[in-house]
Design a protein around this ligand. Structure first.
Ligand code: NAI
Length: 237
């Protein structure tokens, strides 16, 4: 296993839910974190709890590529390197085939697909320089099969899985390893009241974060291309 002490990880959407739990799990393993959030104040509590010497907070607005570039540049200026990128920020909008307005389609495409692609593009030279760069794209089980009417979310998450495999190919020779993390229902703000499954029966985001911390600690010779995590029984997944 790779020692994560002082390794530098970028996490998008790190202020709550899966992103925040990933931040906590990586911080507990000694990593330095660059946390990308829309509103810096939303991380005040985390900053206070964890101490600031290993935490950088940057502004990440998915639709604003200038914010991506500034955040990556500031991270390299502060920590001198980037070893990992957790593309976590994402949205789910209610878009069905019969009710697909273009603005919602554009928004979900921008946040769930275009922004992670651009973040990978910006981080890739640094991940390659690391020799053991890691990318975890938080896709979804909705990127593996279609079980509901939310066509835009499903399409976006299939695209995130494709992005993961594309990055895996591009980065492999320079030690970059990429994982598409595919959970089903996770107990976060996103699923609150959005499904008939009780919150208590959903995956705990802290458990996902432990998996992420393990995946990024694996050596270059143990690459996990996709990790499917379910809270209920489904055929094959
Ligand atoms: P959440 O709603 O608690 O967190 C989403 C995060 O993305 C927040 O930090 C939010 O500020 C950020 N975000 C949203 N729009 C943004 C924008 N325009 N610019 C910058 N940041 C933005 O939900 P959760 O569950 O923690 O979601 C994290 C990821 O996990 C998402 O990509 C989601 O699609 C994925 N996922 C969630 C599942 C669930 O059941 N909760 C299941 C499978 C995947």
């Amino acid at each position: 296993m790779i020692d994560l002490t002082d390794k530098v990880f970028l996490i998008t959407g790190a202020n709550r839910g899966i992103g925040l739990r990933c931040a906590e799990a990586l911080h507990a393993r000694g990593a330095r974190l660059s946390l990308g959030v829309r509103d810096r104040k939303s991380l005040d509590g985390f900053h206070d709890r964890q101490g600031s010497d290993r935490i950088h907070i940057g502004q990440y607005i998915a639709e604003d590529w200038a914010s991506h570039a500034a955040w990556v540049d500031d991270t390299v200026a502060r920590f001198g390197r980037i070893d990992g990128l957790i593309n976590n920020a994402g949205i789910s909008l209610d878009v069905t085939l019969r009710n697909a307005d273009e603005a919602s389609l554009d928004r979900i495409w921008a946040v769930n697909c275009k922004a992670p692609l651009n973040m990978i593009r910006l981080a890739l030279p640094h991940l390659e320089a690391s020799g053991a760069g890691r990318v975890v794209n938080v896709a979804s089980m909705s990127g593996k099969r279609v079980r509901n009417d939310n066509v835009a979310y499903n399409m976006s998450k299939f695209a995130v899985v494709a992005l993961s495999h594309a990055t895996r190919r591009i980065g492999w020779d320079k030690g970059v390893r990429v994982t598409a993390l595919c959970p089903s229902f996770v107990r976060t703000d996103m699923t609150q009241g959005a499904t008939k499954i009780a919150a208590a029966d959903m995956t705990d985001p802290a458990d996902l974060a432990e998996l992420v911390a393990t995946i990024v600690s694996l050596p270059n010779t143990a690459s996990v291309a996709e990790l499917l995590v379910n809270c209920r029984l489904e055929d094959m997944v």
